[in-house]
Design a protein around this ligand. Structure first.
Ligand SMILES: Cc1cc2nc3c(=O)[nH]c(=O)nc-3n(C[C@H](O)[C@H](O)[C@H](O)COP(=O)(O)OP(=O)(O)OC[C@H]3O[C@@H](n4cnc5c(N)ncnc54)[C@H](O)[C@@H]3O)c2cc1C
Length: 391
């Protein structure tokens, strides 16, 4: 079979997680022929994603906020609590969305429900071909990339988007080197029903082992992301559902009253990953294929969705979507945003893990400045909490 006998699309997206599916919808909307490859399922493991304002608006553009609104809770207030016991501990800092003219910083939804809603939209879109098999091989030549894999005939694309997660095969095929590292932490995830109303407030307790965060869901429900050292995570994960809920209630200083587990729990080892370039040849990277960091401040998927928007913009009206100019424009567009978020999350996480006085002093001074200096608060709210895309 010669390359001219193989079906060709403008764009093949490898990976049908939240980033890959959102990319398929947005790029098909801009008139490109698109294929998205891989199974569209996410495990139900208590993981939720807080979709900040810009991401929510993107989902609105994709026609999804109607479906998701009833499954998502608004985040009207984000509260940071220093629970490290440090000498330089500051009182809690609260950020209100209304201070930057927003109804909410974003909306929190179960990751599996988001993927399900995106996959349903992809299924309704005739301009998108979805192949649920895994891609096993990619070979690039001067006019495109041929993809082969399980359960589908070989397919050619003029550009390949690697949205295939941390172990990205696209990244390897493109020869893009990644630096990855681990943290001495695991994240426990779960969803709880609780006695008290959360009043649309998300609370992030900064403890010595890492952040312990409760994020609102519809009704009297909240999701938990708790970073612990692996041995303690083992011990807490081994508790039965009732004892686990009681342990979380205590750790939350009974903020939400009595708690009851409401669904399966999950556990994720913590690590980071960064790449020097976001594209090479006719391949580009988006989402966790390009950047991974711990779930602090709800940044990961929001950054991945900004990759998708930047890719749409870099593609513009280009005749050849895989042209070197498109790949270079995308690479340039993603450098600053991704480096800033990866660096900031890494630095905050490391100051929590050390009990060195200078780190405590620095973190305490940072929180104090955030609570007292209005323009700084608003800058952080616009750039960090509203995802840098608020009006
Ligand atoms: C505990 C926790 C809480 C989080 N909370 C938030 C939050 O509040 N806000 C936020 O913005 N982010 C959050 N994140 C980060 C967010 O979950 C991730 O950034 C996001 O899910 C990554 O999506 P993705 O599509 O890039 O990757 P993935 O979800 O990993 O999807 C990759 C997909 O690629 C597929 N794939 C892999 N290899 C192949 C192949 N060879 N062929 C075809 N398909 C392939 C996989 O099957 C998978 O479906 C959190 C993360 C964790 C761990």
């Amino acid at each position: 079979m010669t390359t001219s006998d193989i079906a060709t699309v403008d764009i093949a997206i490898v990976g049908a997680g939240a980033v890959g599916l959102a990319a398929a919808l947005l790029l098909a909307n801009s008139g490109r022929s698109v294929a998205v490859m891989g199974p569209a399922q996410a495990r139900r493991d208590g993981r939720t994603v807080a979709l900040l304002d810009g991401s929510w608006r993107l989902l609105g553009e994709l026609g999804l906020t109607g479906t998701l609104a009833e499954r998502a809770a608004p985040l009207a207030v984000m509260r940071l609590v220093d629970d490290t016991g440090s000498l330089f501990r500051q009182p809690p800092v609260e950020f209100r969305a209304s201070e930057v003219g927003l109804e909410a910083f974003g909306w929190n939804v179960e990751n599996a429900e988001l993927v399900e809603a995106l996959a349903a939209k992809v299924g309704e879109n005739d301009a998108i071909r979805h192949e649920p098999g895994l891609v096993s091989d990619m070979s690039e030549d001067s006019t495109g990339v041929t993809l082969t894999g399980e359960g589908f005939a070989p397919l050619r694309a003029r550009i390949v988007v690697g949205a295939d997660g941390r172990q990205s095969r696209v990244r390897a095929a493109a020869g893009i080197a990644a630096r990855d590292w681990t943290y001495p932490q695991s994240a426990l995830t779960a969803i709880f029903a609780h006695r008290r109303d959360h009043r649309d407030v998300s609370t992030e307790f900064h403890t010595r082992k890492g952040p312990f965060t409760l994020v609102p869901l519809p009704g009297r429900r909240s999701s938990l992301v708790w970073l612990l050292d692996p041995a303690e995570a083992d011990a807490v994960a081994a508790l039965d559902d009732v004892a686990f809920a009681r342990r979380v209630e205590t750790q939350a200083h009974a903020l939400l009253g009595a708690m009851r587990l409401d669904g399966p729990r999950g556990r994720v080892p913590m690590g980071g990953l960064s790449v020097a370039h976001f594209g090479a040849g006719r391949m580009v990277l988006a989402g966790e294929a390009a950047h991974v960091f711990p779930p602090i401040g709800a940044q990961g998927l929001n950054l991945g969705l900004r990759d998708v928007i930047a890719l749409r913009d870099a593609l513009g009206e280009a005749v050849d979507p895989g042209a070197a100019t498109v790949v270079a424009a995308y690479d340039r567009a993603r450098q600053a945003d991704v480096r800033l978020r990866t660096g900031a999350v890494d630095a905050l996480n490391r100051t929590l893990l050390t009990d060195l006085m200078p780190a405590d002093l620095l973190r305490g001074a940072g929180l104090l400045a955030l609570s007292r200096i209005g323009p700084l608060r608003r800058l952080v709210m616009r750039q960090g909490l509203a995802g840098g895309m608020a009006p």
